[in-house]
Write a new protein. Structure first.
Length: 225
């Protein structure tokens, strides 16, 4: 063992003992990046360990194997967006404002976290096998539907939203519009140019999406009983 390797090993052990949760978060953050870039089969534990404050042996000790690390990384990616929604404290806003804030947050989060989008794309390539076996991810996403259900109920009760809006369908619409903006950016740019992805155009698109979705559930003369 070289002196440099020994120093790195000592630093790794010290960091693990002093801040195990910090090291775990560091591993998961790097793992999300590696899996997003290379996929489940292409990502390597050696590369993840090299970018973190720990060792390959400790990653296996903590997460079991590469599949286990992938599952925890995917859960962490979903938890990030769901916790961001919780922090919006939407119950304190009028229903239409709450929905607008949720849509805007989703659009901004996805745009700022392309690794999350790529991980979801990879999971779909694998027929959502990890999601199907993750109670954590399913529980997290039940909360997302519950949030929209509450907004819809309050909107109907105050006469702002029409009755019969399906919260799951609404979640699908918000996710689809925000997801496509990131997932298809390379192909869309290659076909039509990258003008739509400037800050000014993205802000305009965000506003249009908010307006379109909110208006789709708003009470109108045609929907009055």
């Amino acid at each position: 063992m070289t002196e440099r390797t020994a120093d790195k090993g000592a630093t790794t052990a010290q960091g693990w003992k002093q801040d195990p949760e910090g090291v775990r978060r560091d591993i998961l953050s790097v793992a999300v990046s590696e899996f997003a870039a290379r996929g489940l089969s292409g990502a390597r534990i050696d590369d993840i360990a090299a970018r973190t404050r720990t060792s390959k042996r400790m990653i296996y000790y903590y997460f079991g194997d590469k599949d286990g690390l992938y599952a925890r990384a995917l859960e962490a990616a979903y938890a990030k967006v769901r916790h961001g929604e919780e922090n919006l404290d939407l119950a304190g806003f009028e229903p239409d404002d709450a929905l607008a804030r949720l849509i805007g947050f989703t659009f901004d989060h996805h745009r700022a976290n392309p690794d999350f989008i790529r991980m979801v794309m990879i999971e779909n390539i694998h027929n959502a096998d990890c999601i199907a076996h993750s109670d954590v991810i399913r529980t997290l996403n039940v909360a997302a539907i519950d949030t929209l259900s509450d907004i819809c109920k309050r909107g109907v009760a105050t006469g702002v939203f029409r009755a019969g809006v399906n919260p799951m369908q609404l979640h699908w619409q918000i996710s689809a519009l925000s997801f496509f903006n990131v997932s298809n950016r390379p192909s869309f740019s290659a076909l039509f140019g990258a003008d739509l992805f400037t800050d000014a155009q993205q802000n305009a698109l965000r506003d249009d999406i908010i307006r379109m979705v909110v208006e789709s559930v708003r009470m109108t003369k045609e929907t009055l009983p």
